[in-house]
Design a protein around this ligand. Structure first.
Ligand code: HEM
Length: 375
């Protein structure tokens, strides 16, 4: 049986193999980077990035897994140099073609992402960290622990997206999806217990600033890239969202893996599950449920899923509000390019959808309708 670390995140890159790899012989440089960051030694980290950057021709001999590991390690220096207020590719322009090539080979953006920083990062003495602070390790772990579950959850969402809501299996698969999403709640609880808003706001957040790669602005490897929003997309957001959230989602998709980008493209073109649910109940909910009793179970299961997402988002919003409090924050918006106000809008939308769906699961509320954004 596969352990979670063997999961491939939906593409052939094997997580465990990547963590083992050190194709640039960067173990020591990555460890020393923590000290360089503490001392704000920009010249030293710039020199280290220059030394580590391979000739483009060498990348051709790397396996795909080695390309991922190389991007992970160069990425630590990109974020660190940016944190000390320089554009890394202005200081080390020879890294530009290498980033392009690594991005091309791995079918990802030409910089490191949250997958590199968390999932593909070794644990233990070789762990790549900007600061070495245990709070940073907790944040990395909080993301690492959810990815196998989101991967499985997205495949379930894919199945559910094609399945009639009248199918008796729909509720059961939705409950399985909910179990996977519950790890997001465990994850945020761990962060709330072990990471102070001050540490995030003042120490870690600056490492996630965007950098410019060939004129393209690319976001840092922050948790906002965790594709909970893609589960939303299948369940309700493809046709029941608001423009700001739709834009955030669209902007986040490029940082994900190919399989997930394909799911997004597909879900953009089909009715969301919740819209199908509303249609299935129609104007006469009693009659719909009489004909297909499983409909009510499907609605209840979807409402349970949405309520778990609301619980995650409620706790997440609370720590985000503290970290982005005007007295504490160094930046007005999150490293994903969005504001705490958007998080509030997202949770309000999720809550409204949970209520709409829950009403279909209860007899008395079953007749109330809901408009979707588009057909
Ligand atoms: C101190 C901890 C954290 C803070 C201050 C924080 C803050 C934020 C902010 C401000 C956003 C808005 C988008 C942006 O970044 O521009 C965001 C989005 C997001 N964050 Fe966090 N975050 C934290 C931890 C986490 C963790 C541990 C996870 C998941 C494991 C997570 C998952 C997400 C997701 C999925 C989004 C996209 C919006 C959504 O789906 O609700 N965050 N976060």
């Amino acid at each position: 049986m596969k352990s979670p670390t063997d999961l491939d995140l939906g593409n052939p890159i094997r997580v465990a193999a990547v963590r083992e790899l050190d194709p640039l012989a960067a173990d020591l440089a990555c460890y020393t980077l923590r000290q360089q960051n503490a001392e704000a030694d920009l010249p030293a980290m710039t020199a280290a990035l220059r030394d580590l950057t391979p000739a483009v021709g060498r990348v051709a001999a790397f396996s795909t897994e080695e390309c991922v590991a190389a991007m992970r390690d160069l990425g630590m220096f990109l974020g660190s140099i940016r944190r000390h207020e320089a554009e890394p590719l202005e200081l080390v322009p020879e890294a530009l073609p290498v980033l392009h090539e690594l991005g091309r080979r791995t079918d990802m953006v030409p910089r490191d992402t949250v997958h590199h920083y968390c999932t593909w990062n070794p644990v233990g003495v070789r762990q790549r960290m900007y600061t070495g602070d245990v709070q940073e390790a907790y944040l990395q772990e909080s993301v690492r622990m959810v990815f196998p579950h989101l991967r499985a959850g997205l495949e379930l969402a894919s199945t559910l997206s094609d399945m009639p809501l009248e199918d008796p299996k729909f509720a059961q698969l939705t409950d399985e999806l909910t179990t996977h999403v519950e790890t997001m709640v465990t994850s945020i609880d761990m962060v709330v217990s072990h990471v102070s808003p001050e540490f995030f706001a003042r120490t870690l957040r600056p490492y996630f600033e965007e950098i410019t790669v060939d004129g393209r602005v690319l976001l840092g490897p922050a948790a906002a890239q965790v594709p909970l929003w893609l589960i939303d997309e299948a369940v309700w957001a493809s046709d029941r969202s608001e423009p700001d959230y739709a834009e955030f989602l669209r902007d986040s998709v490029p940082y994900s893996l190919r399989r997930w980008r394909e799911l997004y493209d597909h879900w953009e073109r089909v009715p969301s599950i919740v819209s199908r649910l509303v249609d299935a109940f129609g104007a006469d909910a009693e009659e719909a449920v009489r004909k297909a009793p499983a409909l009510r179970l499907s609605a209840e299961a979807l409402a349970r899923l949405l309520r778990v997402i609301v619980v995650f988002r409620g706790r997440h919003l609370s720590i985000a509000r503290k970290a982005y409090d005007a007295d504490l924050r160094l930046y007005p918006v999150g490293s994903g390019g969005a504001s705490v106000e958007l998080l509030k809008q997202i949770i309000d939308l999720t809550r409204a959808t949970a209520q709409l769906t829950g009403a279909r699961g209860r007899k008395q509320g079953a007749a109330h309708g809901g408009e979707r954004r588009s057909a």
